[in-house]
Design a protein around this ligand. Structure first.
Ligand code: GUN
Ligand code: FE
Length: 483
């Protein structure tokens, strides 16, 4: 297994930096220098600082030898942006991205998802798929992903090893599912077997990354209908005992919600009411460290409960549209309830491994919410807001809000260098990576030069893709470079 080698040199990043301050505000820092030490931590941010000032005044202050420093400059028009956080992605489903026909959730799971996931118990296939999904997500600027793997322990552990090797920050969840909703060929034999398998993955991750500095385990009941109540309760107890994060699905689609009500009546759970959220709450799974994917159809009471417990939401707009699940009223969850939300690609319910695509779809779906029944103008998410969800919101959702998601002293350097294309004065499109380029990126997003910085960022959100992602770093280490 390849180890994550800490980069041997300190780094100085120079140029323009864009990041979220608060939900609806981006900060633009130009002519700025960010100093990242060998451990990948930001130790200084200097405004009005060019390379010579950085060398002459800041390096001595930091006690860094010139020879020990790598300087990375953003060209004119390029900008550093925090790495994206994918708060919900199923690594083993990656080969199915785009393949869902006109199915909806429960039928989709049986037809496409369970067979693919089960087939990844074959080590060679798992290695192939997991290698590709990590490379692909890194190339889209995803520096941290909350992965669901499968029920198979060894291939789940392999996913952790591969993330470590490629240097992608990750939460790795061995999927727990022991109920009869799951097919015979893909089901935990008992709650005890499911717990033992979960502990085996936790132990493996502890053995490769004892401090969970890059990779951490996440307790992963697939969703209530795939689990028996004893399993949900034991996973709740394990979460309490280990203080590890939890991830699961909630209220994605209406037949799923009806199924939960049928499978988990109050007489069984002892919950305060018969709602989906109350089932998780009764099992001890609704905690501040819990990430709930979808939350499309939460009732008012459930939204109150989720907020009261401090649980987080992963908004998965691509998936919710693709599987006809619905349109989650995310801005209301954010503003009316104060629920922390991030974005999830939900590959392969979602067709794209790109968080930028999820951000764009979040903006569009919010417009559908706004013009739908009961919708309001205030349901619409702006560019600043979807980028907040993709970075700071996601980081907070997965428990890393103090480490990543923005550029601040003390945070780690998880970042991407973005370049947009440009049109020259003579009307010709610039070459990609043109030395004198206005953006130095790909011409898929044309910048004419008169746009303000907020306008450039809006163009990136609505028309950009991985062609604009030039370089990607995690914890100071270069993990992707566009060819
Ligand atoms: N609910 C239970 N399992 C899944 C899954 O794999 N994807 C989605 N989108 N929803 C689920
Ligand atoms: Fe999912």
């Amino acid at each position: 297994m390849r180890q994550t080698n800490l980069e041997s040199r300190n780094k100085v990043f120079l140029g323009s930096f864009v990041h979220s301050k608060v939900l609806d505000e981006l900060e633009y820092l130009h002519q700025t220098a960010v100093f990242v030490d060998k451990s990948g931590t930001i130790v200084a941010i200097e405004k009005d600082c060019d390379e010579s000032k950085a060398r002459e005044t800041v390096l001595p202050r930091l006690g860094w030898a010139e020879a020990d420093v790598e300087v990375v400059k953003a060209k004119e028009g390029q900008f550093f942006f925090p790495g994206f956080i994918d708060t919900h992605i199923h690594a083993p489903q990656y080969p199915n991205a785009g393949i869902f026909g006109s199915s909806t959730l429960l039928q989709w799971l049986k037809t496409y998802t369970f067979p693919m996931e089960a087939s990844l118990s074959e080590a060679a296939k798992a290695r192939r798929v997991y290698t590709r999904v990590i490379r692909k997500t890194l190339s889209h600027g995803t520096t941290c992903a909350a992965y669901y793997a499968t029920i198979d322990v060894s291939s789940t552990n392999l996913l952790a090893d591969l993330c470590m090797g490629f240097g992608q920050r990750a939460l790795i969840g061995r999927v727990c599912m022991d109920s009869e909703l799951s097919p015979d060929y893909y089901r935990d034999a008992s709650p005890e077997a499911s717990i033992a398998a979960t502990k085996a993955t936790i132990a493996h991750i502890r053995s490769i990354d004892p401090a969970f500095s890059l990779i951490r385990p996440v307790i992963t009941p697939r969703f209530a209908p795939a689990c028996t109540l004893p399993l949900l309760r034991q996973l709740g107890a394990l979460a309490e005992e280990t203080a590890l994060p939890v991830q699961t699905h909630i209220s994605e689609n209406k037949p799923e919600i009806a199924l939960v009500q049928e499978l988990f009546p109050r007489s069984l759970t002892g919950a305060a009411d018969g709602s989906y959220a109350a089932v998780y709450d009764a099992a001890g799974l609704l905690k501040p460290r819990t990430v709930l994917a979808h939350a499309v159809h939460l009732t008012e009471g459930e939204a109150d409960l989720v907020a009261a417990r401090g649980a987080k939401v992963s908004h998965c707009p691509c998936s919710n549209s693709a599987l006809t699940s619905g349109a989650a009223p995310v801005r209301r969850l954010l503003l009316d309830r104060g629920i922390v939300c991030g974005l999830g690609t939900d590959v392969s319910g979602g067709y794209s491994a790109s968080v930028l695509e999820a951000a764009r779809q979040a903006a569009l779906v919010s417009r559908h919410v706004a013009f739908g029944p009961g919708g309001q103008e205030r349901d619409k998410l702006g560019v600043e807001e979807v980028l907040f969800l993709a970075t700071r919101g996601g980081a907070e959702a997965v428990g890393l809000g103090d480490k990543v998601g923005g550029f601040e002293v003390g945070m780690e350097w998880d970042a991407q260098l973005i370049g947009l294309g440009a049109i020259r004065e003579d009307g010709e499109e610039e070459e990609v990576d043109d030395e004198e380029g206005g953006g130095g990126g790909a011409g898929n997003v044309d910048v004419f030069g008169w746009e303000s910085w907020p306008e450039r960022v809006a163009k990136w959100v609505y028309a950009g893709d991985d062609r604009n992602t030039i370089k990607v770093w995690v914890k100071g280490r270069l993990v992707h470079q566009r060819k």
